[in-house]
Design a protein around this ligand. Structure first.
Ligand SMILES: [Zn+2]
Length: 65
């Protein structure tokens, strides 16, 4: 699984990109991200993320703003 989505705000973690704001390097598997890492968009805990599967979410995520 290469992409995970924040169920609070729709921000997507893409393994190819990583999360520069959280100092997560590209190609870091989501499982290897520290437990205290937070969503760079809304601050939700890592546990709030779910694997992004198929077309369950619209392109661009669920951002309301
Ligand atoms: Zn979020």
């Amino acid at each position: 699984m290469d992409k995970w989505i924040c169920t609070d705000c729709g921000w997507i973690y893409d393994r190819e990109i990583g999360a520069p704001e959280g100092k997560i390097l590209a190609e870091t598997p989501f499982e290897f991200i520290p437990c205290d890492w937070r969503c760079p968009s809304c601050g939700a805990r890592k546990a709030k993320f779910e694997p992004l599967i198929g077309l369950r979410f619209p392109k661009g995520g669920l951002r309301a703003d």
